[in-house]
Design a binder for this molecule. Structure first.
Ligand SMILES: [Zn+2]
Length: 391
């Protein structure tokens, strides 16, 4: 059966189509056109979202949890609950993200996450009629991080990069690792970067104290992204520019940022967006299990984090965020005066492109999954549709 959706506008997100018709059949988009001047009849029922905008669902490539669920500990039911929570914030795709933990615990978590990813591939976005964001691949944040820039990743679980350890994680995840954050200056990192890139993993430099030339060499051998720019990185100095200057100025890589106004000041968010531009800026949440929950103590991998009034801390360090993708998108329109269309791009097509999945993720095009979000003109989520369901 076909269902047709319409609204005031649609962002593909590269193009804006006013008075769009988005036709969905069997969970996929079969056609996108404009209502203007159309004489053919509209197939199936028409769902009209009025004054709103239809945009691709947000794709969060760095998220540790939400709704009380930690992705490293969650059961299948917990992950289903997280998936439903994410759709309430416009997210239709995500990469569950690990933190440094004992290797055995990490491998056990990777096996469970691989199960969830494989189940999502066969269920078309949720079972029992529930609409859930799809876990698409795993982001390994650690264990190959700098001791100096580890943030709250426990030092005892950091490891020197070797292809052997990487392969052990890869095997546990049954090849579902799609992204890895690594500090390029640690001995052994360059070899692991090259090997992970060969396996089509998006290698992202971060949690790093690298100087500029080391960061550049990492890109030469295959790194193509940077993780939460400014946070857990050697600070920018105008004479010793370091990793941040390389991340901001090298057009070979995309980079992401936590745009909550806490991790990075609004003016620096603006600076970042100017440097990476609408083509290369990516929004992430780095959200942890407390997201969407009241103040209290919550799990982030192996550590227990204090969450109070929008701030997650562990021993005075920021420990992930309670940001949601819809708020990150709205913040970009406020902090940097970006249009809603451009801000949406940084949370949809750009992350999909960064991780090499832009052919059918992060865009609205015929043949793509019918995964989309309906936003008010101020960027509030009105509805999220996964696999053509949920309206
Ligand atoms: Zn993180």
């Amino acid at each position: 059966m076909k269902t047709t959706f319409t609204a005031r506008s649609l962002y593909t997100p590269l193009e804006e189509i006013s008075h769009p018709l988005l036709i969905v059949e069997d969970g996929r988009i079969s056609e996108i056109s404009s209502r203007e001047g159309r004489t053919l009849s509209i197939p199936g029922p028409l769902v009209d979202f009025g004054d709103a905008a239809i945009v691709p669902g947000f794709f969060d490539i760095h998220i540790h949890g939400g709704a009380g669920v930690d992705v490293m500990r969650g059961s299948p039911d917990d992950l289903a609950r997280l998936g439903s929570f994410l759709t309430s914030h416009g997210v239709t795709e995500y990469f569950p993200t690990t933190v440094a933990a004992p290797l055995d615990a990490t491998c056990a978590a990777l096996e469970r996450l691989a199960d969830a990813i494989e189940a999502a591939q066969s269920s078309n976005g949720g079972s029992d009629g529930a609409v859930q964001a799809r876990p698409l691949g795993i982001h390994l944040e650690g264990p190959f991080l700098s001791h100096k820039r580890r943030g709250v990743h426990p030092p005892e679980y950091l490891a020197e990069p070797t292809v052997e350890i990487f392969d052990r994680l890869w095997q546990a995840a049954r090849g579902q690792v799609r992204m890895m954050t690594i500090a390029p200056e640690i001995p052994g990192a360059m070899e692991v970067i090259a090997e992970a890139s060969r396996r089509k993993v998006c290698v992202s430099i971060g949690h790093s104290d690298a100087d500029l030339s080391t960061a550049r060499r990492a890109i030469d051998v295959g790194a193509r992204h940077a993780t939460h720019t400014f946070n857990a990185m050697r600070p920018l100095d105008h004479r010793e520019p370091g990793i941040i200057a390389e991340v901001l100025t090298d057009d070979r890589i995309t980079a992401d940022l936590i745009a909550d106004g806490i991790h990075v000041a609004p003016e620096v968010v603006k600076l970042f967006l100017r440097a990476k531009g609408v083509e290369r800026a990516v929004l992430i949440t780095d959200a942890m299990s407390a997201t969407g929950m009241p103040n209290g103590k919550y799990q982030l991998g192996p550590i227990l984090v204090d969450v109070k009034d929008g701030k997650a801390t562990y021993k005075d360090s920021l420990a992930g965020s309670v940001l949601t993708m819809d708020r990150a998108v709205r913040n970009v329109t406020k902090f940097a005066d970006w249009s809603l269309q451009d801000a949406v791009r940084a949370g949809t097509l750009n992350p999909a492109k960064a991780v090499g999945m832009e052919a059918d993720r992060g865009v609205l095009a015929s043949g793509a999954n019918a995964d989309f979000t309906v936003l008010s003109s101020s960027g509030e989520v009105l509805k999220t549709i996964v696999g053509g369901r949920g309206y």
